[in-house]
Design a binder for this molecule. Structure first.
Ligand SMILES: [Zn+2]
Length: 356
């Protein structure tokens, strides 16, 4: 970049400004030694601090969505700014893509739109897929969160939950951090009064201390030392299974007789069942950190039986629900610590929306 159109003094090296947007104020034509014409642009960066004359071919034209004309080219023969149509999908087209996709499951083209589409229609996506920007600023840095697990006892559970998300999303989204270096903390807390097994508050995850250490929770007494496979039948009608069936797996009350009581069976050794339950709870809470709110599908890790919990409805929701939508025999995502395709697709969407 030269200080004047005489091109005698170089003042900046453009290699140091590869990603800088320059604004062109005017164009000059200079006579080269071989008696040829060369076009130079007088440009300045946004702040106006870096400015000078640059050989036009060293610059790449950037087509903004809205054109601000800051000056007219001096020569009519030079390229003229042509207003371009905004490269954003129409709301109608977006809505027909959403309608063509399974309920609350962004698939296909919905996961391959442009950055401008996601920015423009953030609230439409939030509303239609029950997602939002729930993690505090700084939890995700370059698409990664580093978790400091405050209790050694929880580490193997957290590691398994981390592996589930990282494998499903095909990248290292979560890592284990330490007391000095982390962006998210995870430890025991007290959920007894409010009735939670796990909770995410923006920068930390807590697991209920009492229930975690109660081996009769949530399935009742089991022969823990046994390697024998057991089957536990669960029903969201809590009359048959005691009051342990927790948070996102079942409900402690039912509103009316029209509710269907979803019944399912989980199978494994007693210790596997308990491990899966708590890995599932932690995987669910990490899902909240990724920007996923609840769904009415028992098969999802993000399932909740009702859209309203403790009088609070979800921040972003497509519709209200008071019971699971899937049918009896469905394997519970949180109970079996299994991410559904819907969970995975929604997490891919929240990445595109910039929530992690
Ligand atoms: Zn939840």
């Amino acid at each position: 970049m030269y200080n004047s159109a005489k091109l005698t003094k170089k003042i900046h090296n453009l290699k140091n400004y590869k990603h800088t947007t320059f604004y062109s104020k005017k164009q000059v034509t200079v006579q080269t030694p071989k008696n040829r014409k060369a076009y130079y642009l007088y440009v300045a960066n946004k702040s106006g601090k870096v400015k000078g004359y640059v050989y036009a071919k060293y610059l790449k034209r950037y087509e903004p969505k809205t054109i601000t004309i800051v000056g007219m080219p001096t020569s009519p023969s030079t390229t003229q700014e042509k207003p371009t149509a905004p490269q954003v999908i129409s709301k109608l087209d977006l809505e027909s893509l959403i309608n063509a996709s399974p309920d609350l499951d962004p698939t296909g083209q919905l996961l391959s739109l442009t950055a401008a589409d996601y920015t423009t229609y953030r609230s439409v996506f939030d509303q239609n897929f029950n997602v939002g920007d729930y993690a505090d600023n700084g939890v995700f840095n370059q698409d990664q969160a580093s978790i400091y697990v405050k209790s050694a006892q929880l580490v193997p559970y957290v590691q398994k939950a981390i592996d589930k998300w990282n494998t499903a999303l095909g990248s290292t989204v979560f890592t284990l951090g330490d007391a000095q270096n982390h962006s998210l903390t995870l430890g025991f807390g007290d959920g007894q009064a409010d009735g939670w097994d796990g909770v995410f508050d923006g920068s930390s995850v807590e697991v209920d201390d009492t229930s975690f250490h109660d081996t009769t929770y949530p399935y009742g007494p089991m022969p823990l030392g046994s390697q024998r496979t057991v089957s536990v039948q669960l029903s969201t009608d809590d009359s048959g299974v005691g009051d342990g069936l927790a948070a996102h797996a079942a409900i402690r009350r039912h509103a009316d007789a029209t509710n269907h009581y979803l019944t399912t069976t989980v199978t494994g050794t007693p210790s596997q069942l308990l491990e899966n339950y708590w890995v599932g709870a932690i995987t669910h809470e990490l899902g909240h950190s990724l920007g996923l709110d609840h769904t009415p599908y028992f098969s999802d890790i993000m399932a909740a039986q009702a859209s309203v919990e403790d009088g609070q409805s979800q921040e972003n929701e497509k519709y209200d629900w008071t019971d699971f939508k899937d049918s009896d025999g469905t394997q519970g995502g949180a109970l079996t610590a299994t991410l559904s395709q819907r969970d995975i697709d929604r997490a891919k969407l929240t990445k595109l929306l910039g929530y992690w």
